[in-house]
Design a protein around this ligand. Structure first.
Ligand SMILES: Cc1cc2nc3c(=O)[nH]c(=O)nc-3n(C[C@H](O)[C@H](O)[C@H](O)COP(=O)(O)OP(=O)(O)OC[C@H]3O[C@@H](n4cnc5c(N)ncnc54)[C@H](O)[C@@H]3O)c2cc1C
Length: 389
């Protein structure tokens, strides 16, 4: 056992002994952050212990077993992505300003990347930021922005130089979602919920102090966000037999007793879920520091596919009950919720789109892991302003 591991285990014991996991959520998360158990590989004083990143798995598993609050549920985009971007690219002042309120759920974060003309090809984005003294003035539209309606801060990438090729002319900022000129409009999903939004910026001002990284370096920083997003969506290491596959087993117990073909499909799905879980476990243990590599894309691709097939199976087993839906009233969730089975079936359709589509994940794996020839990218070297659109 390394010294780090001993220290982490002792700190988890202390956290659980001194703070009730079933008590006040913010108080528990604040104590966890202050003990350095938010992200163990972060610096001390910023939610970490400067330990090996692989030790984080122990923290997550012990706290999940104690039913402790999960900060990624209330602030998925902040905790799952924003924190990693701040660690890799922000100044120490920015890290001190944003990390703690993010982790304890006091300030919710959202991600403002996609636009109507820039989804898979995010580097085509058009939202414009023009410098005005110590501030930037932003105009443009973002779309599919999860939780923008409850967010205090947004990670936004804007075009700051239209006259250079698309990947070079973007800059990354953190925008105050309560600033004048930010308008958030709901978008309703197949589940009936309005979990995500369109966001319009009209002469919104961002202080230059809230810029992350250098002017023109937005693409590199966006990649850190995207790599962590894929791990956040598909890379969870839940206990064996939990999550969606547990729903399938429960449904089998309720509906599927006499059918050997249904049992065979259940076993197949269980094996695939377990193989994905063990692959994620191995990837998490190999990650020591820094930004995850293409293994996040593998996890995301497999998760999306297996999750969809699990809920197709669940709804089939339920027969007519699977077609019943309690209400289509529009709901504005303020966190990601655990959906009941039929809703989970509908929500799973988004798994192969959100965080990058499965086709894009396959392109990444083909090019970055298998070393296949890249797809033709004819606009790569053209100034963004000269690309026909
Ligand atoms: C539930 C949900 C939540 C989301 N939350 C956010 C958020 O919080 N913030 C945010 O910025 N975005 C968010 N998104 C947007 C998401 O990132 C985009 O939808 C996604 O990247 C795809 O972009 P697009 O919708 O513009 O589709 P397009 O890029 O237009 O793709 C259309 C189709 O073409 C295929 N395609 C495109 N290019 C290629 C290619 N080169 N090779 C092969 N096939 C290709 C795609 O796979 C897809 O099937 C969310 C999406 C969903 C569904």
């Amino acid at each position: 056992m390394t010294a780090d591991r001993t220290r982490v285990l002792a700190l988890i014991d202390r956290l659980l002994a001194e703070h009730d996991p079933a008590g006040d959520e913010k108080e528990f998360l604040a104590a966890r952050f202050d003990l350095g158990l938010a992200w163990v590989w972060f610096p001390e004083g910023l939610g970490g212990l400067h330990a090996e990143r692989s030790l984080q798995t122990i923290v997550e598993q012990r706290l999940a077993a104690a039913d402790a609050p999960n900060p990624a549920r209330t602030n998925a985009l902040g905790v799952g992505m924003g924190a990693h971007v701040l660690l890799a690219h922000a100044t120490v002042e920015q890290q001190h300003r944003w990390l703690r309120p993010m982790f304890i759920g006091e300030e919710i974060w959202c991600q403002l990347f996609s636009e109507p003309g820039a989804g898979s090809d995010m580097a085509a984005l058009a939202a414009r930021a023009i410098r005005d003294g110590d501030e930037w003035v932003v105009n443009g539209q973002k779309v599919w922005t999860t939780l923008a309606h409850v967010a205090r801060w947004g990670m936004i990438v804007c075009r700051t130089d239209p006259d250079v090729p698309k990947h070079q002319g973007m800059t990354y900022f953190i925008v105050d979602m309560t600033a004048p000129g930010v308008e958030v409009r709901p978008l309703r999903q197949i589940t009936g919920e309005a979990e995500f939004n369109e966001v319009y910026f009209t002469d919104t001002r961002i202080p230059d102090g809230d810029r992350i990284g250098d002017v023109g370096d937005g693409w590199r920083i966006a990649l850190t966000t995207l790599m962590n997003e894929r791990v956040a969506i598909g890379g969870a290491v839940a206990p064996r037999g939990s999550g969606p596959i547990a729903d399938a087993v429960r449904t089998w117990q309720e509906y599927g007793h006499d059918d050997p073909a249904a049992r065979d499909r259940l076993m197949q799905l269980w094996i695939e879920s377990e193989a994905a879980r063990l692959t994620n476990l191995r990837a998490a243990q190999m990650r020591t520091r820094g930004t995850p590599g293409p293994e996040g894309s593998t996890s995301k691709l497999v998760y999306a596919d297996v999750n969809k097939r699990i809920y197709e199976y669940v709804v089939e087993l339920m027969g007519p009950d699977g077609m019943l839906y309690d209400t289509y009233e529009e709901i504005r969730p303020d966190e990601f919720t655990v959906h009941p089975r039929t809703k989970a079936f509908l929500r799973a359709r988004a798994n192969s789109i959100e965080g990058g589509t499965s086709e894009i994940m396959k392109n990444i794996l083909g090019e970055r892991v298998l070393g296949l020839a890249g797809e033709p990218r004819v606009d790569k070297d053209l100034p963004w302003s000269r690309v026909p659109r």
